[in-house]
Write a protein that binds this ligand. Structure first.
Ligand code: MN
Length: 204
């Protein structure tokens, strides 16, 4: 089995004007494809080849040291991006976009309100130094928590379940937003697919 690049659940232009088509195209067809190719190369002719990605990432320390970094970077990259695409949805008119139902209740319970959640999540995304991700996870106690990881490290590696993630590598926003990461973060909030986040929240 080799890993393959998943098709996007929408067109490259679908997230305009918040995430531009050119960024989406390069991000998906070049960056994500690169993680897939390098992951396959790292796993080639090892006994890990046929394992599901989640299992590989959950047991990262059991793998040969010379392969570990490549597997973390590219396996994490593949897992993170595959999730990221699913977490966004078209919202061309910029309608109000908030979680509903059980997820909304849990966010209010944990963080006080949606606004407080947004502020905390945005701040951790803004202050992640260099490249990495901001996350909303279900932690070991099955409680919501905001966290961030460097590079392509995945929360799965620590036994956590990511239900919302924001890529803050410059490749995710530089063409449109240059150094204005906060504008990109605010734009992301317009296109979060909260139904998908709720599904992940309930399903795990
Ligand atoms: Mn990326």
């Amino acid at each position: 089995m080799t890993f393959t690049l998943p098709k996007l659940p929408y067109e490259y232009f679908a997230l305009e004007p918040y995430i531009d088509a050119k960024t989406m195209e390069i991000h998906h067809s070049k960056h994500h494809q690169g993680y897939v190719d390098k992951l396959n190369a790292a796993l080639n002719r090892t006994d890990l080849e046929n394992k599901p990605l989640k299992e590989i990432l959950s047991n990262i320390n059991s793998f040969p040291e010379d392969k570990r970094t490549a597997i973390i970077n590219n396996g994490g990259g593949h897992a993170n991006h595959s999730l990221f695409w699913e977490l966004m949805i078209s919202n061309p008119e910029g309608k109000e976009n908030k979680p509903e139902g059980e997820l909304s209740e849990e966010i209010n319970k944990t963080f006080g309100s949606f606004e407080e959640f947004k502020e905390k999540f945005s701040n951790i995304a803004l202050t992640r130094f260099g490249s990495g991700w901001a996350w909303l996870i279900k932690n070991h106690k099955r409680k919501l928590e905001i966290t961030s990881t460097p590079n392509q490290d995945s929360p799965i590696m620590d036994g956590n379940i990511p239900i919302l993630g924001l890529d803050v590598w410059e490749h995710a926003y530089y063409l449109k937003y240059q150094n204005k990461r906060i504008d990109y973060i605010n734009a992301f909030f317009k296109v979060i697919n909260w139904k998908k986040v709720e599904e992940l929240f309930k399903g795990n």
